[in-house]
Design a protein around this ligand. Structure first.
Ligand SMILES: CC(C)(COP(=O)(O)OP(=O)(O)OC[C@H]1O[C@@H](n2cnc3c(N)ncnc32)[C@H](O)[C@@H]1OP(=O)(O)O)[C@@H](O)C(=O)NCCC(=O)NCCS
Length: 335
């Protein structure tokens, strides 16, 4: 077989300008990913995200153009940090991989992503990750590996109801919530680091999701347990009466306070019959009863170790990650 041409010889991967994203990319991706928002709202939400402190410095559209300068294939790039076995790594998230409909099936997305990974590797990124909504083989051909990606359901009656004093999460709780998140992340082998600017971007996404017509039948429920001003534990998710479920986004507790989590979940569930969502990572997964766990066929987490450090870590930890009883990331890490 002839060797594949090097992506760089064929395609020039560039950061797309805002105007070309607005005029060429969004009108097309809107048809797939607007989730019932109007075009104006879809574009405004993205612009608002791009204008956050996180977005300005760490988020961009990357893509390739044809000989006339029109964008033919593109994706979003999110610069993140991760820790893996105690090492701090440069991670890069890839989202919204898209080829213009008339250009599909010609290898453009594969070449674009190949060029993307080559450039990331050359510029010192350690690890790439994405959430695949299509058959994972497409990304496996590029060197990505699918990690366990599951959903769970737990009946409300199987959760221990504690006596914790539960309160709605307030803006002033954000620093305490961060500490709870960090306590959980510190106990995972692989985890994404959340900086303060990243938390601001996460909260913007939550506000946008609340306003989205796609969530018309869901109500956000975010609760904490405080002791004085200290947040001991938190839970975030959505009450979905139509599914008779509280859908968990994420939760966390300070070390030694994990027993608060089932009680918090019970409070969040209220009169609903169950809690559901993506299977949480450790250690929080350990706070849930076993429940019923199913493989997710969409939004499958995939990683590609790029640097030598990440490849070495993959050699050492692949087995643990591939057979873990918990998932690696929260649904709120979905990009
Ligand atoms: C997926 C997508 C980016 C591929 O772009 P492309 O430039 O046609 O990709 P390539 O030509 O490099 O590769 C084509 C291969 O993609 C794979 N592919 C495309 N859509 C797929 C899907 N829904 N499931 C699995 N594989 C798929 C196929 O293997 C295809 O090979 P084939 O043409 O021999 O069947 C494009 O189809 C697209 O924009 N789809 C809509 C947006 C989307 O779903 N993005 C992925 C989000 S995770």
């Amino acid at each position: 077989m002839d060797p594949l041409p090097q992506p760089d010889e064929l395609l020039h991967l560039v950061e797309l300008r805002r105007d070309e994203v607005a005029t060429q990319v969004l009108p097309e991706t809107f048809k797939l990913w607007a989730d019932q928002r109007s075009y104006e709202q879809y574009a405004a939400d993205l612009a608002e995200f791009a204008a956050t402190s996180y977005g300005k410095r760490h988020f961009s559209f990357q893509g390739v153009r044809d000989e006339r300068g029109a964008v033919v294939s593109c994706c979003k790039r999110y610069a993140r940090e991760a820790t893996w076995a105690g090492r701090r790594l440069r991670a890069v998230g890839i989202g919204a991989v898209f080829t213009m409909p008339s250009e599909r099936g010609r290898g453009l997305a594969s070449l674009m992503l190949g060029a993307f990974l080559d450039r990331e590797r050359a510029e010192g990124s350690d690890l790439a990750y994405l959430f695949s909504d299509i058959h994972p083989t497409f990304y496996e051909r590029l060197g990505f590996i699918a990690l366990p990606s599951r959903s769970f359901t737990v009946r409300a009656s199987s959760l221990a109801r504690g006596r914790a004093a539960v309160a709605p999460m307030a803006d002033a709780d954000i620093a305490g919530v961060r500490k709870c998140y960090d306590a959980g992340a510190a106990r995972r082998s692989l985890s994404l680091v959340r900086t303060p600017v990243l938390w601001d971007a996460v909260r913007l996404r939550e506000r946008q999701a609340e306003a989205s017509p796609g969530n018309r039948y869901a109500q956000p429920v975010r609760l904490v347990v405080r002791e004085g001003r200290i947040v001991r534990a938190y839970v975030k998710g959505w009450r979905q009466p139509r599914r008779d479920a509280y859908v968990l986004d994420e939760m966390g507790a300070l070390d030694g306070h994990e027993e608060l989590l089932p009680a918090l979940l019970s409070a969040a569930i209220g009169d609903l019959g169950k809690v559901a969502g993506w299977l949480p990572p450790e250690p929080e997964r350990g706070s849930l009863p076993r429940g019923s766990v199913k493989r997710r066929s969409s939004t499958v987490l995939m990683v590609a170790p790029l640097s030598r450090t990440a490849q070495m870590l993959w050699q050492q930890h692949a087995n643990g990650l591939l057979h873990a009883a918990a998932d690696a990331f929260w649904s709120t890490d979905h990009i």
